[in-house]
Design a protein around this ligand. Sequence first.
Ligand code: CP
Length: 333
Amino acid sequence: MAGFKGKSFLKTSDYTKFELETLIDFSIELKHKKRHQLPHPYLKGKNIALIFEKPSTRTRAAFSVAAKDLGAHVDTYSAGDFHLGVKESIADTAQVLGRMYDGIEFRGFQQAHVETLSLASGVPVWNGLTDEWHPTQMIADFMTLKEHFGTLEGKTLTYVGDARNNVAHDLLVTGAILGVNIHIAAPESAQPDLEVQHLAETFAAKSGAQLHITNNVQEAVYQTDVIYTDVWLSMGRETSEWGSRIELMLPYQVNAELLAQTHQPHTIVMHCLPAFHDLETKTAQTLYQQFGVEAMEITDEVFNGKHSVVFEQAENRLHSIKAILAATLGDVF
Ligand code: CP
């Protein structure tokens, strides 16, 4: 793991194709170790701070369990626990935390904040999601692909739905770095930011990944290996936007008809979660009463169907975050 030690994990574009592949392979190795109860205490004696400005289930649980499996002690802080950005600047808070903790995870709004934390703290900082990027999710996602197909070589992932968000942006850029073909099917107003498209094109020119962005969903999913979707409104967006969102996005819902359009029996379905696939949440109930829709970005039939790997993907958050923590803070060799 030479080259990783002491480095922050803020966005995948800070890492080379080889480094990302190393993290993916190390995640698979650590999953094997966990399954076979082989000890891996690479962070024994370390103290880690987990800071969440936004809610989280998977990322929070994965960081907490991963750090503990690695032998570290963890403290978790929510929005409001800290003076961060309210009574004390992020740089000042970072300097304090960096003198007490060996590493810091941060989930928040602005990428600039996680970058400042990293610069000012002097310890590895891990991005647990910002409005711009979701890099730990990417290692889990491409790990899931590699586990399922045995290789990333020649594979095509098609993202369907709202593609102007952190997950779609990150899949486009990370896929381009790794040489995985990325198709995006989204209405024109919800396609990735041009700046992100240009960044991805630069990496694709080097890796050979084929990038294809279109509003034609049938064309995008034809012969794809993976269909990936995410919620139609990201965290923190106004619920008053839902009506127009649903109208715009319904043609991009991942359902049985769309899955059949791949004309491939082996296509897998991924979602970073949480998902609106049934009426078992308060939000889904409210939206059903207002708009009459039983599912949003993915139907329950597909979410729970035989092509879905969403819970394997969720479990892989643990193994991949563990790999990132161990590589950047641990004595792996
Ligand atoms: N996918 C993801 O980041 O999940 P959480 O919001 O639950 O952490």
